[in-house]
Write a protein that binds this ligand. Structure first.
Ligand code: HEC
Ligand code: HEC
Ligand code: HEC
Ligand code: HEC
Ligand code: HEC
Length: 192
């Protein structure tokens, strides 16, 4: 057998095994995931009732790949005076004084091979809520969207993209009206 044929057979084999694995272990979606947190932090109370903006705490969304969870210093801007009699706030202050972070349990998490930049999405005019749901009403954050590849693709193709965001992209000078999608759908956009 030629080396080329062996290689093609090998690739074919991998594809077959891959499809079987993908069938047996369908792409995991953590939709609905709502873990207990070390301190019962409420978005309803902070972002809802007290109208603290998302970016006040998730200050990295506009400038980096990650949105990130705020350092304790951000909490202590208020909690050196607000609700200091609460045992939760005392736990917060003890961690802050000891220079130890609170180990928040990560909720939204893509596999390592997928790349998601917050910055580009926020700059295109998408609201946090389009992907994360009504966070400002949640006492406990849960994962609203499936975060699967199909979910990403449906929006990039334009099928689920909010109209104002789609219209904004269509008005750009580099917009290609012949393209079959509004945002990139080639594999290397999202995969390393
Ligand atoms: C006062 C600070 C603060 C504000 C304001 C705030 N957050 Fe958060 N956010 C946190 C903290 C702390 C966590 C980690 C604990 C948790 O998950 O509840 C978190 C977690 C999250 C998560 C889950 C992160 C993960 O692990 O996947 C999302 C999504 C989120 N916030 C979005 C928002 C949005 C959208 C807004 C505005 C509507 C907002 N946050 C406002 C502090 C804040
Ligand atoms: C801009 C001010 C502000 C910031 C920043 C802030 N909080 Fe608060 N927090 C409040 C207010 C106001 C309340 C409601 C107090 C009340 O019920 O009287 C509150 C309540 C709480 C409570 C409930 C306390 C209880 O036992 O009733 C917890 C827990 C809490 N915050 C944690 C955090 C954490 C963790 C952070 C940082 C990620 C944070 N807060 C950042 C203003 C803030
Ligand atoms: C287009 C969809 C989309 C939008 C819009 C979006 N997010 Fe996310 N968010 C995600 C995805 C996907 C992840 C998981 C990223 C990963 O694992 O690499 C995530 C993760 C997070 C996390 C967990 C920590 C991190 O950085 O991965 C926080 C906090 C968060 N988002 C907050 C926000 C806030 C605040 C906004 C609005 C300013 C926002 N997101 C807008 C899709 C979105
Ligand atoms: C609700 C719509 C929506 C969802 C859901 C969404 N995206 Fe996007 N994405 C966009 C838009 C709009 C752009 C175009 C931004 C631009 O061109 O300025 C974009 C651009 C990108 C880019 C940047 C391409 C570049 O040129 O740098 C990457 C990477 C990306 N998305 C990955 C993802 C991944 C991974 C997911 C799923 C986990 C996802 N997106 C889900 C709307 C979405
Ligand atoms: C808009 C972003 C985006 C594009 C474009 C994209 N992917 Fe993905 N892909 C993802 C995300 C996010 C995941 C992880 C979530 C999941 O498994 O559904 C993923 C998962 C995968 C997986 C693992 C599936 C599994 O069952 O674990 C494979 C294989 C894959 N992609 C191949 C491709 C190929 C081939 C292309 C080009 C035709 C492509 N992807 C284009 C976002 C994208």
């Amino acid at each position: 057998m030629s080396k080329g044929l062996l290689v093609s057979l090998g690739v074919l084999g991998l594809l077959v095994v891959g499809s079987i694995l993908a069938y047996v272990f369908p792409s995991a979606s953590n939709q609905g995931y709502a873990p207990e947190q070390p301190i019962p932090f409420s978005h309803r109370l902070h972002a809802g009732e007290n109208k603290i903006s998302c970016q006040y705490c998730h200050s990295d969304v506009e400038r980096s790949k990650h949105a990130s969870v705020p350092p304790l210093g951000t909490c202590m801007n208020c909690h050196t005076v607000v609700k200091t009699d609460s045992p939760h706030i005392q736990k917060l202050k003890a961690a802050y004084d000891a220079g130890k972070p609170i180990e928040w349990v990560r909720i939204h998490e893509l596999p390592d091979h997928a790349y998601f930049p917050h910055k580009r999405h926020v700059a295109a005019g998408l609201n946090c809520q389009t992907c994360h749901g009504p966070i400002e009403t949640m006492d406990k954050v849960y994962q609203v969207s499936p975060l699967t590849m199909g979910w990403c693709m449906e929006c990039h193709k334009g099928n689920t993209m909010p109209k104002d965001v789609a219209d904004g992209l269509k008005k750009r000078p580099d917009f290609d009206p012949m393209a079959h999608s509004l945002a990139p759908v080639n594999c290397s956009t999202c995969h390393y």
